[in-house]
Design a protein around this ligand. Sequence first.
Ligand code: GLA
Length: 390
Amino acid sequence: MKDQLISKFTAIFGEQETKNIRTYFAPGRVNLIGEHTDYNGGHVFPCALTLGTYAVVRKRDDKKIRFYSMNFEEMGMIESFLNDFVYRESASWTNYLKGVIWTFEKRGYKIPTGFDVLIYGDIPNGAGLSSSASLEVVTGLMLKDLFGFQDLSMLEIALIGQYSENNFNGMNCGIMDQFASALGKKDHAIFLDTNTLIYEYVPIKLKNAKIVITNSKVKHSLVDTKYNERRRECEAAVKELQSVTEIESLGELTEEQYQQFESAISDTVLKKRANHAVYENQRTLRAVQALKNKDITLFGQLMNASHESLKYNYEVSCEEIDLLVELAQSIDGVLGSRITGGGFGGCTVSIVKEEAIYKFKQLIGEQYEKRTGHIAEFYVVDIGDGAHAI
Ligand code: GLA
């Protein structure tokens, strides 16, 4: 992979100083449970994939930056300059890198020279597997290494990615995706408390079962708008709860505490959103405990319950995803299945016994195409490491 990327790099940007070319990788992620809890001070349980984004880079002597993506070859080489850090729709995917450079500068990490960078990603774009977070994290790691900012930790790189996505790209995401991409660990999921950023690696041992991602291949528009709207709704619910209890976020409440206070929320929609955030957080705690107790059956049931809540209370699912989940849950040997990621399309994540994987792909593939006209894609997950040089 590395050799292929480097020869593509030299074909695009020229052969000079080949020895100064460096290559980095940052993974995408799949979240097992704990959805829409990360901006509510709750817990999440994602793992890094072996799919992700590669960056091949070489410093320049001037202030120019030249970008090229093998995923958007039709756009050709895109040129920019250090200091041209304004979000522009026409700048397309390069906005993610620019946002990270802008954040570095804002935090006092001055980028002294420009560079040429080639990007290649093998995560499907817009599928809810964090292609954008992996692009941000690979950019952060590349800048750290290229310009010698050795004091920057991987956690800070994740936070820079999130900051740039919030403030440069306008998506008010939580920390989960960048965190998983920066700090993932092979064969482990990350049990992260998004309130304190304290985390624990939990080995994923599923006996004879695998994690299977199903890509619905649909992405409904207004994803970012709807996402930001959910976030505002949760904030509004917290405001109302503050009239009866001292909390900063929904993640602080147990189910019992929430039941005691929920009548302070006047609006039924806000109540549903808050209900999801509180119960999903508690489900995540329970699911991690179940996994530690080797109770995969309970883990799967909690995943199913997570989907129900995301569908009815949080309303971030859609018909195509509900169909995938319903089909999955009807198959013997599927322990749990739910929507994963931001929602409104994208992917589901399921725990499937090895002997049922063939049937899973066949039945779902066939029924899904028949009923929606879309061809689902399946990935049997290998859990990989967080961002690194290669
Ligand atoms: C997106 C965001 C994350 C998280 C999930 C939902 O992936 O980037 O921060 O909120 O949605 O769990």
